[in-house]
Ligand binder design. Sequence first.
Ligand code: GLA
Length: 718
Amino acid sequence: MSIQRRRDLRAALTTGVAIAALVIPTVPASAVPTQGRATNDPSGQLTRTPPMGFNDWAGFECNSRLNEKLFTDTADQIVKLGLDKLGYNYVNIDDCWMQHDRDALGNLQVDATRFPHGMKWLGDYIHSKGLKFGTYEDAGYKTCQGAAGSYGHFQADADLYASWGIDYLKLDYCYQPTDAFPGKTDSQVAQIVYHQASEALLNTGRPIVFSESAPAYVCCTGKDFTDELKWLPDEGQLWRFGSDIYDAWASVLQNYGEANTPGLPAHGGPGHWNDADMLEIGNGGMTTAEYQSQFNVWAEMASPLLLSTDLSKLTPEQVAVVSNRDVIAVDQDKLGVQGKIVQSGTGYDVLSRPLANGDVAVTLFNKGDTAKTISTNGKTVGLGSAPFTLKDLVSKKVTTSAGTIAANVAPHGTVMYRISKHASPGAAPSVAVTISNPTPGAGSTPVTVTVADNGTQSINDLDVKLTGPADWKIIPGTQSVRTVDAGRSRSVTFGVTVPPPPPGKASNTLTAAATYRAGRTHDSIGAQQTLITNTPYASLAQATNNVAITDESTTAPGNFDGDGDSYSAQALAAAGAAPGATVTHNGVAFTWPSAAAGSKDNVVADGQIVTMSGQGSKLAFLGAEAGATTGTVTVTYTDGTSSTGTLGFPNWCCTDQKAYGAEPAIATDHRNTPSGPANQGTAYDVFYNSIPITAGKTIAAVTLPYTPAIHVFAVTAA
Ligand code: GLA
């Protein structure tokens, strides 16, 4: 369930449920321990470094693989891969281990189908491998999946965990008991219940790491969020502060952005960590470079490193990512200072964190879709006077810098350095390469490759080779430079012919490879430049990229909603929307896509530009959403000016049919699923909506929103 849905749920539930008999005292100020010595851990010894290990949720949620075997297999794999030796010690179970209800005596009941040997047995198994055992509950009435929550049962539940040998508790915060504390703020209620839970853990006499999820439900601004950060370290050792991670780059950026909420990084430290959520590596939705970036950035931010995938399926490259001792050493650094952003630019950040031995960990993080050379300096990242030694923690290359810290970073990539404040005699100079962008479709255009020697020693016999896609012409292939002095840069120019790009979005890469000699050592370095083009389509029909309509006899090709469901061609035709038909709504006539059922017939809006013409006071659309959101349409006129409007449609079946000012234009009474038509007693509609345009001007092109929930079937000026 998404954080937003959980927030909505919380709002719905805080009013409805009343537990009158429970009287819970507030926390006396004197009982509030100092930072790093939480209620459950008076000695302050738990999690002096961020926890590492495994939690099943991101990889498995409550699917059929969530059972005892997943955890015994995971424990076995951790040992087999040697991950335990690297610090991956916790094997943690998330939601869905328990039954929906407590027993007659009020005890939690284990789901015996998933965990036939029970939790004590599983704990013993995990402990026998030298690992630690974690579990999950919720401080509210129910867990996020609706099973029995811990509220009102904290001590009994803690005693139960202790009897199983539990070493770590993640206490979530769905179904919050706000109604039981009239007049108290969200933060005050959370403080009361998390304090009770922490005290219950203390009372067991067993050291149990306590992970508190409360702030994730008020992330990341407002008084409740900042208030919670004040008491969280007094009750537990770490806290989820933000969104649920999912296996996509957008999610990594979302949680990364939340982790860098101003002021938040300073709350991380030994015994009290900000938890950016699980690592997605292995789950298949991202490239290895993207997983590497999540790993590096999480380590830079001193986040827990909790794997959440089938460890037996990790590729050798992925095992190498999570086994990188140098990156783990940054995460686990004893000083425990969370890295923070010290420099930002278009699509990139530079993060820095001081380390216990005086070194500084610097991550050049390219968040964007184009390669770029990111450059910072010793002063910005908190180093004293140069020269420095840079160790690239992934390639392991060691170089010397006279002050500039720069590297060309691939799209969605990171370059992570451990930098020490001294020169390494014999280390090669740090060199960075930058490539300028060619112009597509304009014949031969100059592309400059600049090689900067950021070290303390010159480089010689430099050869720069530039390559690109097969249909690009690059002249000459290689350029040479005799010497680049230390602290200087030299540029060479190539003639690059880029053919006119096809309609739509395209991304192409130029690659430079520089080889050179520094003293007696031969060295090399590469760089990329990404050319992203967004070329207008001649018509909306040419931009179609999704199959929204299928024939009832052949439903499988359809995928309007990302789950393989689609509109029924028969039901649409019955409502007047047959291929090529004119559909009129509000006096506006549209041409319904003339595509055959089962072929591409609509546009998932992700910023495409469509050539159009026409005049009027509004631009009218037929569309629907597999989601609920709006986006900006940009209309460009023949005189070069432009205007914008906000477009949104209701969800195709399931929301307010007038959302965002839209109206149902075509109503059908059922839909198709991959296995055939399905009538759920719900209407599946296509909607009419419009945005204002400048009357008297002639439209040249329309740029659709970058909002992939929005699907467009037809557009016309009226
Ligand atoms: C919430 C949490 C997740 C996971 C699920 C389980 O969404 O944020 O990490 O624990 O609940 O239901």
